[in-house]
Design a protein around this ligand. Structure first.
Ligand code: FDA
Length: 427
């Protein structure tokens, strides 16, 4: 026989941490909530792993980045969970779930029953093997999804000083890691499959600004090609990478950031899946009424665009977590989740935020030359739908977020370009 809880969260990442805080604020009682995580530590702010965690001086370490420090809220240490009567089951994988019978089985063989289940299993890093490249288990090939990956990367960085790193992928993991490697005095070459970095979001103009800066720091870019194989030494350490375009690059360290896949396998065949994630309604409730999904694993209705989407961003993990807890504990008081997509990143001294949707025509504004404050608007069918801003103040980010949510009409693109950031203040 196992234990029974009113609420169980499977997965102990960002969304789980924010859900836990919200449960306590809504008045959960001692012994009602259990969080099961296969990581050995309490929920933490995952974005720190590619930023402060990799710094050579004074790197960020737990407990300083447990959730919910990213929202300037309490830092939830294991002691906090204990004091709030929350059962934190760490280093334990959920092996199977029976969504109809409201039970699950963990890797220790325990059966746990619940009244409500929240799925917060996040995502895993895509492996090179999935693209037919063997050898990514070599000790100097690093992925970056969890704390153990980050520990390993930090160790390999230390032993690669003044050496060569190859970063595969130009998304935010690649860009943030490349900056951290440069700060650690490692020579970096980035290999990008597409025409420029952050290809899913950046326009060529935005990408050029950041790439020029990276090149000024000594980073080389090789574009339009992919990794095909590794060269190894007798210890099975990678010594070089071979690219499809025929290039061979020496490597003391390889960082791979080529995308993620949501962890949904426990629920396939039991819950409705859409766009690779668990389909939920505007209460974050899945096709089984007692099962909710939040964070990277959830495909939810974006009210603003009338469309189902899955987002892989920390702001969504935090807000969807709060919404699901509210929907479970105070259903009559909880309206539809009305979420404006938001994403941010930081590398070197840069910091940007993006709100909304990156579709339609683009208008750039601001000072791309000096690189202090600049951005872009996306305009679709005569309405502003997206805004990117580098170097904004807290107030400016709040203003662009509010304006983007309102989808204001744009009649004259040239006028919008002239007004620049000022436009959002007039909305
Ligand atoms: P998350 O991955 O945080 O947590 C899932 C948890 O479930 C993990 O602990 C996992 O081990 C556990 N788990 C999975 N299956 C399990 C099972 N069967 N049993 C038990 N436990 C299980 N976003 C952004 O907007 N800006 C940024 O700058 C960054 N930066 C960034 C850097 C790095 C290095 C990463 C990896 C990610 C980011 N992100 C980001 C993305 C952001 O971190 C991500 O969107 C959130 O962590 C998603 O939160 P979740 O709780 O959904 O998953």
């Amino acid at each position: 026989m196992g234990r029974a809880f009113v609420y169980v969260i499977v997965g102990g990442g960002v969304a789980a941490g924010y859900a836990a805080l919200e449960f306590t604020r809504k008045g959960v009682s001692d012994g009602e909530l259990c969080i099961i995580s296969d990581e050995p530590v309490a929920p933490y702010e995952r974005p720190a792993l590619s930023k402060g965690f990799l710094l050579p001086e004074d790197p960020t370490r737990l407990p300083s980045f447990h959730t919910c420090v990213g929202a300037n809220d309490e830092i939830l240490t294991p002691k906090w969970y204990k004091e709030h009567g929350i059962e934190l089951v760490l280093g334990t994988r959920v092996k199977s779930v029976d969504a109809r019978r409201l039970t699950l089985v963990t890797s220790t063989g325990e059966t746990i029953t619940y009244n409500f289940l929240i799925i917060a299993t996040g995502a895993r890093a895509l492996k090179l093997e999935e693209f037919g490249v063997e050898g990514s288990d070599a000790e100097n090939v690093c992925y970056l999804r969890d704390l153990s990956d980050a520990d390993r990367l930090a160790t390999v960085i230390q032993s690669s000083s003044n050496g060569n790193a190859v970063v595969i992928g130009g998304g935010y993991i690649g860009m943030e890691c490349a900056a951290s490697l440069v700060i650690n005095k490692i020579n970096v070459t980035m290999v990008l499959a597409g025409a420029h970095c952050m290809a899913r979001l950046f326009t060529p103009k935005i990408a050029t600004f950041y790439e020029d800066y990276y090149m000024g720091k000594g980073v080389k870019f090789i574009k339009g090609t992919v990794l095909t194989s590794f060269e190894f030494d007798s210890d099975k350490k990678v010594t070089a990478v071979n690219l499809k375009d025929g290039n061979q690059l020496p490597a003391d360290l390889v960082v791979v950031g080529i995308g993620i896949r949501p962890n949904i396998s426990l629920f396939e065949g039991q819950l409705t899946i859409e766009k690779g994630g668990i389909k939920v309604n505007s209460q974050m409730q899945s096709s089984e009424s007692s099962v909710y999904a939040i964070g990277d694993v959830a495909t939810f209705p974006v009210k603003l665009y009338g469309e189902m989407r899955r987002l892989e961003h920390v702001d969504f993990a935090r807000k969807s977590a709060r919404h699901a807890v509210s929907a479970i504990m105070e259903p009559e008081k909880t309206g539809e989740f009305d979420y404006l997509p938001c994403f941010y990143s930081r590398f070197f001294a840069f910091s940007w935020q993006f709100y909304g949707d990156h579709v339609g025509e683009v208008v750039h504004f601001g000072e791309y030359e000096d690189g202090e404050v600049f951005g872009a608007y996306w305009v679709k069918e005569g309405h502003l739908v997206g805004c990117f801003l580098e170097g904004g103040t807290k107030e400016q980010y709040e203003t662009i977020s509010k304006a983007t949510q309102l989808k204001p009409a744009v009649t004259d693109m040239e006028e919008l370009e002239r007004e620049g950031l000022g436009f959002t203040q007039t909305v």
